[in-house]
Design a protein around this ligand. Structure first.
Ligand SMILES: Cc1cc2nc3c(=O)[nH]c(=O)nc-3n(C[C@H](O)[C@H](O)[C@H](O)COP(=O)(O)OP(=O)(O)OC[C@H]3O[C@@H](n4cnc5c(N)ncnc54)[C@H](O)[C@@H]3O)c2cc1C
Length: 414
């Protein structure tokens, strides 16, 4: 047995891997317990990247190269004809969830990443914290990091009344290979996040389209294009979206292959009527659009003795702040920081709670404000299109506009 302090990290996605890697570098034994038995690399889609995220990847010792992200120089609002209505200069990086995950998983020791381990319950006493798994096995540690996502088992135990709050709208998402898109469409999007809006009396629709990297570094830069399209949906219309061909309703998310083809055709038809030719082509040519209800979540506290909530287990901001991965990374960095300040784990976690709760609440609130364009919160005046573009991605909390994060562009040589 090692005499180093021992951390049990529940959840082996980006949040858990950031935490475990940083704990290793700070001298901890840290083992990740991940519910899924298979590879997680098939998950996710396009993500915005920030200077904070790059710094955290470096602090976690993850190796990345310039192909992990593509440079975006401006946010552009285009109308149906493709005409630019407004352009807002903004340096940002666009990446893909899988690329961040792979950077974190590669080089992380397999002996410390246990797949197929499903946490059922936690116990703690003065000596330590114990994770109890569904198969009855137990692991004891000095610290337990709950990085088990928005439906966290650990949070349900600590804070049973806290659960995701539905926003009243959905997001369609899809990805298309560059080779499947006409040159004209690529030219419309390259170097930009293209915003498409459709304002209606009681809210509106909003779509973002951007270039994202290929699935692997070997494929070189400039591989794919991604869209995310927010649409209000309530009552029967909402239930209908998540109902498959056999009439089975899937709640708030549906496996992409079970989305009814007629809904996808309707999406493509509406994109052709509403959006610019290039962005409508991304919708039309995305092979397997994904659909999910948008929700958010704010935990009133992130610590409980030797247990810390981290990443989406702690806070979920709607995707408009493009910050879930960055926040998980910042949570991990703060956690390791406070643990190195004191040997008293419970005291360190109180400091962690104070620091990260402010950030989490700020992101949730800002994303609600931006999402007001799609469905205004009662009593709130929704932001207009130009304000959304200015405030997108929470520039006051993340996404420092002065930090030009990437130089790689679609079509650059690898
Ligand atoms: C539509 C959409 C767009 C987004 N866009 C962006 C973006 O542009 N930029 C960005 O930074 N973020 C974005 N995000 C958010 C980002 O994907 C998440 O914030 C991020 O994946 C959170 O990581 P996590 O590790 O905390 O949780 P998760 O990725 O949810 O991982 C939790 C892990 O815990 C495991 N687990 C769960 N329960 C148990 C259990 N009982 N025992 C063991 N393991 C368990 C799960 O299998 C999973 O692997 C977006 C999210 C959505 C939905």
């Amino acid at each position: 047995m090692s005499d180093r302090p021992r951390a049990l990290v529940i959840g082996g996605s980006v949040g858990g891997l950031f935490a475990a890697r940083m704990l290793h570098r700070a001298g901890w034994d840290a083992v990740v317990y991940e519910r899924s038995a298979g590879d997680l690399a098939g998950r996710g889609a396009g993500v915005g990247i920030t200077r904070e995220l790059l710094d955290a990847l470096a602090a976690a010792g993850a190796e990345i190269d310039a192909t992990i992200g593509l440079a975006v120089d401006s946010f552009v609002w285009r109308d149906r004809s493709g005409e630019t209505l407004f352009e807002y200069p903004r340096a940002m990086g666009a990446s893909a969830w899988v690329r961040i995950y792979q950077a974190l998983r590669t080089g992380f020791p397999d002996r410390d990443y246990q797949s197929g381990r499903v946490l059922a319950h936690v116990e703690q006493d003065a000596d330590g914290v114990t994770a109890i798994f569904e198969d009855g096995s137990r692991e004891k540690g000095d610290l337990l990091v709950a990085a088990d996502g928005s439906l966290s088992t650990v949070r349900a135990y600590l804070l049973p009344d806290v659960s995701p709050r539905q926003a009243g709208y959905v997001a369609w998402r899809g990805v298309v290979d560059a080779a499947d898109l006409p040159d004209t469409a690529r030219r419309e999007i390259d170097g930009h996040i293209v915003f498409s809006f459709d304002r209606q009396a009681a809210g509106g629709e909003m779509m973002l389209t951007m270039p994202v990297p290929a699935l692997t570094a070997e494929a070189g830069p400039g591989g794919r294009y991604y869209f995310i399209w927010y649409c209000p949906a309530a009552g029967d219309a909402f239930a209908d979206l998540f109902t498959d061909e056999r009439g089975q309703n899937h709640g708030v998310s549906i496996p992409p292959p079970l989305i009814r083809p007629a809904l996808i055709q309707d999406l493509r038809d509406r994109a052709a009527q509403m959006f610019s030719p290039g962005t409508a082509a991304v919708v039309a040519r995305s092979q397997q659009p994904m659909l999910q209800a948008i929700s958010d979540l704010a935990s009133p506290r992130l610590n409980h003795g030797r247990i810390a909530l981290l990443g989406d287990a702690a806070f979920v901001a709607r995707p408009h702040v493009a910050g879930g991965i960055t926040k998980a990374a910042m949570d991990a960095a703060t956690l390791v920081d406070v643990l190195s300040d004191t040997g008293d784990v419970a005291a360190a976690l109180s400091a962690y709670d104070a620091r990260q709760r402010t950030l989490g609440n700020g992101l949730v609130d800002h994303a609600r404000y931006l999402g007001g364009y799609v469905l205004p919160e009662p009593g709130h005046v929704p932001p207009d299109e130009k304000t959304i573009m200015r405030d997108y991605g929470a520039p006051h909390l993340l996404h420092d506009p002065d930090a030009a994060v990437f130089a790689t562009r679609p079509g650059d040589a690898p």
